[in-house]
Design a protein around this ligand. Structure first.
Ligand code: SF4
Length: 84
């Protein structure tokens, strides 16, 4: 796991999830859509979980649900969310 001050980037197989933690407002909708992928830390900022993630569709739904677009999803190095 690569961790810098404000971005958590975690790669698993062909999928990479990046959370821009300075953007996160702790709304937790990502946790609702992707409970096996996302969690909130003790400061109520989103983190990517260890272990088995949700299926990709759920991960994308979780990223889409984020009101501040704090989650980016990459597949095979190509950004698949957000696409604009
Ligand atoms: S939905 Fe967005 S703002 Fe809410 S906890 Fe997840 S990353 Fe943070």
């Amino acid at each position: 796991m690569e961790q810098t001050e404000n971005v958590q980037a975690v790669k698993k197989d062909d999928i990479e999830i990046r959370i821009f933690r300075e953007k996160c407002i702790g709304a937790a909708t990502c946790v609702v859509y992707g409970p096996s992928t996302f969690d909130l830390d003790e400061k109520s900022i989103a983190v990517v979980k260890e272990g088995q993630w949700d299926e990709l569709e759920k991960i994308i739904s979780a990223a889409q649900s984020c009101p501040v677009t704090a989650i980016e999803i990459y597949q095979n190095g190509k950004k698949i969310h957000p696409t604009t």
